[in-house]
Design a protein around this ligand. Structure first.
Ligand code: NAD
Length: 276
């Protein structure tokens, strides 16, 4: 190994380049996944929009394709192993490789742990944790055949610190965080060339918030939707919620060679929430 001034040889635009890389993004019909799909496509990646929501997923795919970028929709239920196997078979037949996997699909609901049913607990774990496990399990051999790859798991600030009203969500996202580190170590070798990292958003302006069963109660308690969003914004030192694009930017960084020496790492994008 020689120590030289590697900056002289560093080409920024080629490091950020994911052009022609085949990427699968789960939960890409909405929110953070949709913003990531749009960003990846604009940089020239071949983007698989994978979601259980077929109607919206096809709409996102059309929007991207009509602008001259490459996107394809795959109906995928992340909780179902057979669904993953057929998604990868499709990609293998059509595009011959898999370079980037973004395990982004997720659901959230709050409420007291004493009122949480085992059925709801299991459903949340199935989407948020089983989904990440299954996607990763079947991506690794495919990426090995493809010459390597980058896996980005979307956890949460709630995977780092607890929240008094979200025990199941915190447990699932904490699980994603350590699953990521364990798999990163398992994959870490120059021969494999597969990196695995997690990202941890704080509050982001997506439909997820408003889908949660406790959102309506919170809105009532705060006296209206604007007041509810104001309260969420005030919980962060930056005083606002993130735009999905701000999370997509970090996902792009982890997908690209700009992060070539990162594996088993976590990026927190939370407006300072967990710094408090
Ligand atoms: N919005 C936030 O404040 C926030 C904060 C931290 C982390 N996150 C995480 O970011 C990720 C994306 O969330 P978002 O805010 O964009 O939510 P969103 O509700 O806008 O999008 C989630 C997508 O996942 C899809 N999905 C749900 N179940 C699925 C399944 N079984 N199989 C395939 N797809 C499924 C939905 O159809 C939807 O398109 C989630 O993992 C979430 O936990 C969100």
């Amino acid at each position: 190994m020689s120590i030289n001034n590697s900056l002289n040889h560093f080409n920024v635009s080629s490091a950020v380049n994911i052009k022609s890389k085949v990427s699968l993004i789960t939960g890409a019909s909405s929110g953070i996944g949709k913003a990531t799909a749009n960003l990846f496509a604009r940089i020239g990646a071949i983007v698989m929009i994978a979601d259980i929501d077929e109607e919206r997923g096809k709409e996102v795919t059309r929007e991207i394709s009509t602008q001259g970028f490459v996107a394809d929709f795959i109906k995928l239920d992340v909780t179902d192993e057979a669904s993953w196997v057929s998604a990868y078979e499709y990609i293998s037949n059509q595009y011959h490789q898999l370079n980037i996997l973004v395990n982004n699909a997720g659901i959230a609901f709050g409420g007291s742990v004493t009122e949480l049913s085992l059925q709801d607990w299991r459903h949340l774990m199935a989407v948020n944790l089983d989904g990440v496990f299954l996607g990763t399990k079947h991506a690794i051999p495919f990426m090995q055949k493809s010459g390597g790859g980058s896996i980005i798991n979307v956890s949460s600030a709630a995977g780092i610190v607890g929240s008094s009203t979200a025990a199941a969500y915190c447990a699932s996202k904490g699980g994603v965080r350590l699953f990521t580190k364990a798999v990163a170590l398992e994959c870490a070798s120059a021969k494999n060339n597969i990196r695995v990292n997690s990202i941890h958003p704080g509050p982001v302006a997506t439909p997820m918030f408003e889908k949660g069963s406790t959102w309506n109660d919170f809105v009532k308690q705060m006296g209206g939707i604007d007041e509810a969003w104001k309260k969420v914004s005030e919980s962060t030192p930056l005083g606002r919620v993130a735009e999905p694009q701000e999370i997509a930017n970090a996902i792009l960084f982890l997908a690209s060679d700009l992060s070539s020496y990162m594996t088993g790492s976590e990026i927190i994008i939370d407006g300072g929430f967990t710094a408090q």
